[in-house]
Design a protein around this ligand. Structure first.
Ligand code: FES
Length: 263
């Protein structure tokens, strides 16, 4: 569910008790709050004040807010190490990972909001899993093999290390949703597969174990909800926390798919 835009309700301010250390930066964190299960409440900004601390990440700051100030605050995390992708949110309007963002690199006052495009669960928590699953099923993001029977005793086919390296590079995507949230097309076209989807096609296209050819890939992404929907704004490339070569991959795929269209 997308957050409806309402007039901002009067700001609420809560301050955490002073910490015992020598931190002097008082952070003012404005968080966009809304619980879709309570539609009678309006989306509103709530400000929390917190003393900065050495090595504090946004994840730590949010945990402290939830522990000391407001147990009702909703946000997601699992790994705290930039691996699971679940803590992505808008940090001063830009998609990023809360667990990889140090508060010392932000101004004293900053905003946090949920990623757009994805269904809102509450406050900073969105359902990226549902979106990713839909994209994955549509693009069939798994190795397709034409085998009559599975032979478990057969040795796995050898792959050149250089090729394995190239596939691994694209496989580093953590499906955090930052690229989708930063994408102009994804904001306009509900079924656009996003850079994350196109990156997956690029990955399986490289994989020699996948028997699909460019004709098959054209069927999957040769339209405006696929590679031809990209407006080349490069937002995905700019915000990817894993620095994946998204714009290069999309441009390459587009050239290949154009060639298929005129075949
Ligand atoms: S908590 Fe896993 S990426 Fe941030």
């Amino acid at each position: 569910m997308r957050i409806p835009i309402h007039p901002v309700a009067p700001a609420l301010v809560q301050t955490a008790p002073a910490a015992a250390d020598t931190a002097t930066r008082l952070l003012k964190i404005r968080i966009l709050r809304f619980d879709p299960r309570q539609p009678e409440t309006l989306p509103h900004w709530q400000t929390y004040e917190l003393l900065d601390a050495a090595g504090m990440t946004l994840f730590i700051a949010l945990s402290e807010i939830r522990e000391k100030l407001d147990p009702s605050l909703q946000f997601d995390f699992v790994c705290r190490a930039g691996i699971c992708g679940s803590c992505a949110m808008l940090i001063n309007g830009r998609p990023g990972l809360a667990c990889r963002t140090l508060t010392k690199n932000l101004d004293l006052e900053f905003t946090l909001a949920p990623l757009p495009v994805f269904e809102l669960i509450g406050d900073l928590s969105v359902d990226t899993g549902k979106w990713m699953r839909g994209m994955s099923e549509r693009l069939q993001t798994w190795v397709h093999q034409q085998e009559e029977a599975v032979d478990l005793r057969r040795l796995e086919a050898r792959m050149e290390p250089e090729l394995a390296e190239k596939i691994y590079e694209l496989d580093r995507c953590i499906e955090c949703g930052c690229c989708v949230a930063a994408c102009g097309t994804a904001r306009m076209r509900e079924d656009f597969v996003g850079a994350v989807g196109l990156n997956k096609i690029a990955r399986f296209r490289l994989d020699p174990r996948d028997t699909r050819d460019d004709d098959d890939f054209y069927e999957l992404i040769g339209d405006d909800d696929g590679v031809f929907g990209c407006m080349s704004l490069l937002g995905c490339h700019d915000v990817c926390p894993k620095q994946l070569p998204l714009s290069t991959q999309i441009a390459f795929l587009r050239r290949k798919m154009v060639a298929m269209a005129f075949k």
